[in-house]
Ligand binder design. Structure first.
Ligand SMILES: Cc1ncc(COP(=O)(O)O)c(C=O)c1O
Length: 419
């Protein structure tokens, strides 16, 4: 079939099934990131990964504006040639130290940071990836042309079997998300690292959702478990309130990747505004642990408020709150009801999740108020009853979620909530 014709017939069917409202919805205005305006109507934004609410912070905004004033909007070239600022290097050093690694390199997106792994995932290497890994890790494997053997989500026994069956001379790499971006659960890093050391494999963790959220200082899943993966990647668009990505690891490996990864060599440098914003956000993240305590506290109340209404939030113990609404049509209908009730959530349907595993992903930031949390829960109560997703009356008891909270930040949470 002609390539354009193929798109036309798919588009007609997609618009018939999905409409234009659920995805690629254009925001007219944002109000400190916790609320947004669509076509003149203001709703609560409950689908952003700006976990610490820093994109609204005046210090982060000022740093971005100052960088634009000083360096302009673009460096007009790649890092390798004309696009490296001392500011990039400052951010890279700060991130490497924060993540407990020797060196780091910053890319224009988190997706690209993962693609930068491709030279380590060659045709002679074997990759073991969690089934629920972010798609950009899969694409890195495709780009590198390694063979990938996927292990069942979070199942280290299955990983062990695959590693055992694969013992041999191939280079072995285990890829996992730290906090999984849809399910909101945490990888079993201790189990993974133990297997890695037994089978001579290297461990790469994508900490996009756990950087800023997990660990006593917010350094992510490695710090949470007191372990150091071989390589850590992360988007800068979540807790770091910017746009970009980072890959951190041993200094020689980072140097090698700078020269072997086409994703890094042949792309423009991350913009001055984004680099400055991430650096300012990192400093605030480190200085103000109460933000981490606040987002965890709100997440716990969100999980348990939803569960009390009769919803299921899966295995998540983090601020990524997946509300199970199985069935694509049902999930999108529920999304529309919530939007009508003033709450914007993220409808995760195929290809974001497998068909039949649809969820509405809800995330609140440290910047959301208690009042906004109550409005989100009220909207879920109203919409869920209307759509028959929950029973007409409150559920009889539920298993409460105990949010993941490092000992050090539990004290800060008590201070933040006045307890
Ligand atoms: C786990 C994970 N890795 C990588 C990315 C890609 O990051 P970016 O949006 O900066 O390209 C995302 C963002 O969606 C993510 O959730």
């Amino acid at each position: 079939m002609d390539i354009l014709e193929r798109c036309r017939s798919w588009t007609a069917e997609h618009l018939r099934q999905t409409g234009r409202d659920c995805y690629y919805r254009a925001i007219g205005d944002t109000f400190d990131g916790t609320e947004v305006e669509f076509g003149g109507r203001r709703v609560i934004m409950a689908a952003t990964h700006d976990y610490l609410g820093l994109s609204a912070d005046p210090r982060v905004r000022a740093a971005a504006a100052e960088a634009v004033g000083r360096f302009g909007t673009s460096l007009g070239g790649s890092r390798a040639v004309s696009g490296s600022l001392e500011l990039h290097e400052e951010l890279e050093s700060a991130l490497a130290v924060f993540l407990g690694q020797e060196a780091a390199v910053v890319l224009p997106s988190g997706f690209q940071a993962n693609l930068m792994l491709a030279p380590l995932l060659g045709p002679d290497d074997l990759v073991f990836g969690d089934f629920s890994n972010h798609v950009s890790l899969d694409e890195a494997v495709n780009l590198g042309q390694a063979e990938q053997r996927k292990f069942l989500h979070g199942n280290v026994e299955h990983l062990g079997e695959l590693l055992h069956a694969a013992d041999g001379s191939a280079g072995k790499v285990i890829l996992t998300d730290g906090i999984f971006s849809v399910d909101g659960d945490i990888c079993d890093l201790p189990g993974i690292m133990e297997l890695a050391s037994a089978h001579g494999a290297r461990v790469v963790v994508d900490s996009s959702h756990d950087l800023g959220v997990l660990g006593p200082t917010g350094a992510g899943v490695g710090e949470h478990f007191g372990l150091r993966p071989d390589i850590v990647t992360s988007a800068l668009s979540k807790s770091l309130a910017s746009v970009g990505g980072v890959i951190a690891g041993p200094a020689e490996v980072i140097h090698y990747l700078r020269f072997h990864s086409r994703t890094a060599l042949f792309t423009a440098a991350a913009s001055p505004a984004n680099v400055a914003a991430a650096l300012a956000a990192l400093r605030i993240l480190q200085a103000e642990p109460q933000r981490r305590a606040r987002v965890l506290d709100l997440a716990e109340r969100l999980h348990n408020g939803l569960r009390a209404l009769g919803y299921t939030t899966g295995a998540s113990v983090t601020p990524v709150v997946p509300v199970l609404v199985r069935g694509r049509e049902r999930c999108l209908r529920m999304w529309r009801q919530l939007e009508a009730a003033g709450v914007f959530t993220a409808p995760m349907t195929y290809p974001g999740v497998r068909a039949g595993q649809e969820v509405l992903r809800v995330t609140l930031t440290a910047g959301h108020t208690d009042g906004q949390l109550e409005r989100v829960l009220a909207a879920f109560e109203w919409a869920g009853r209307k759509e028959g997703v929950i029973a007409p009356s409150a559920s009889q008891g539920y298993a409460p979620v105990r949010i993941v909270r490092p000992a050090a930040s539990a004290d800060a949470a008590a201070v933040a909530s006045g307890g």
